[in-house]
Design a protein around this ligand. Sequence first.
Ligand code: GLN
Length: 453
Amino acid sequence: TAACLAAIENAGALNAFVHKTPEMAREMAEAADVRIKAGKAAAMTGIPVGIKDVFCVKGVPSQAASRILEGFRPEYESTVTQNLWNAGAVMLGKLNQDEFAMGSANESSCYGPAVNPWKVDDRQLTPGGSSGGSAAAVAADLCLAATGTDTGGSIRQPAAFTGIVGLKPTYGRVSRWGVIAYASSLDQAGPMTKTVRDAAIMLGAMASVDPMDSTSADLPVPDFEAALSGDIRGKRIGIPREYRDGLPPEIEALWDKGADMLRDAGAEIVEISLPHTKYALPAYYVIAPAEASSNLARYDGVRYGRRAKLGQGDGIVEMYEKTRAEGFGPEVQRRVMIGTYVLSAGFYDAYYNRARKVRALIKRDFDQAFAAGIDAILAPTTPSAAFPLGSLDQSDPVQAYLNDVFTVTLNLVGLPGIAVPVGQDSQGLPLGLQLFGKPFEEGELLNHALVLE
Ligand code: GLN
């Protein structure tokens, strides 16, 4: 803990931690020491972790990197963080992210972007998003592990951009209680760690059955670490043909390398088809903003955080308008507008309902693949390595959305996925692959991932 606190002080330029909790950390570390000496250590006793800003931690600023939550200190603790403290983990502070987890470059944060510890010719690169601060902090050894959330790739893409491991659990495996909502049918919290084994241990600590989250799955949490035998002989790994469309040669070569690693470990590699893949990105960018526009309606200047200064004669409508206009950044405003539009009476069937139907078809693709005996699916995580900060064209948001082409599908179908660093691009930057697994079979998924490490 002391080493991490010192490292955090020296790494201010990464802008990974947006709120530090050194006193809490020291107290928790001392308590951990006592437990260890008493022979009562739990799964994560004494392990210093960083927490993405989107998780409510009692008494600690929790803003989801938004100005609209300025001054908000939750009165309650998210289930995930409570589970981590119960498992003995030590709180180092809150980590940078995109505002309300909307973005893929950590550039929509009210704190400014987090910076990738990897560099090319001193050019600053994005750590990815939205869990960019978590990824940068783990990659730069500011903490031993961090929490992330993944609504459309926000754990896996930053993990790939920084060369760490990121796991999105099955929807329902980890409680959403106390996690500031973006898109409730897609949001899922998970671990961001240095190794697959760490991910297994941390997922075990984070997951629980939770009556406070009506979508929490009523299933026991298995010992994920115990599933890590490294033996994948006879397993069948699917390579989805549709992911090859327009793939850069560098990523294609990486994908082949990953397939070879799995084959060498005794798995059988089979080409499969997920025919509705190309509709996933447009469906996601209808469904996610729709749910966001509804979730973000609660920021009204009354219940949480910030309220705009009002002029003479301003009424409640002006209060809403001014508060939301100055509290939300441009990307969040765009999503609220898209979401309200696709949910409006005249367009509901044309966009929102259609996207929901597409979602069901995409789900069927995966059901069929697994029913045909596939054990896991191997795919690239991102179409490129980390790109320079500031290089996204702000006038063309679709360019940014295209970065999510390999990640959003998994959230639409609720399945678990893990991103693992597998190679490097021509500039020496990390590149990763992801594995998709069967519902609630994270142990098996992690075991496959072990072979790629
Ligand atoms: N980049 C995607 C988005 O902006 C995914 C974000 C996420 O997973 N939280 O919606």
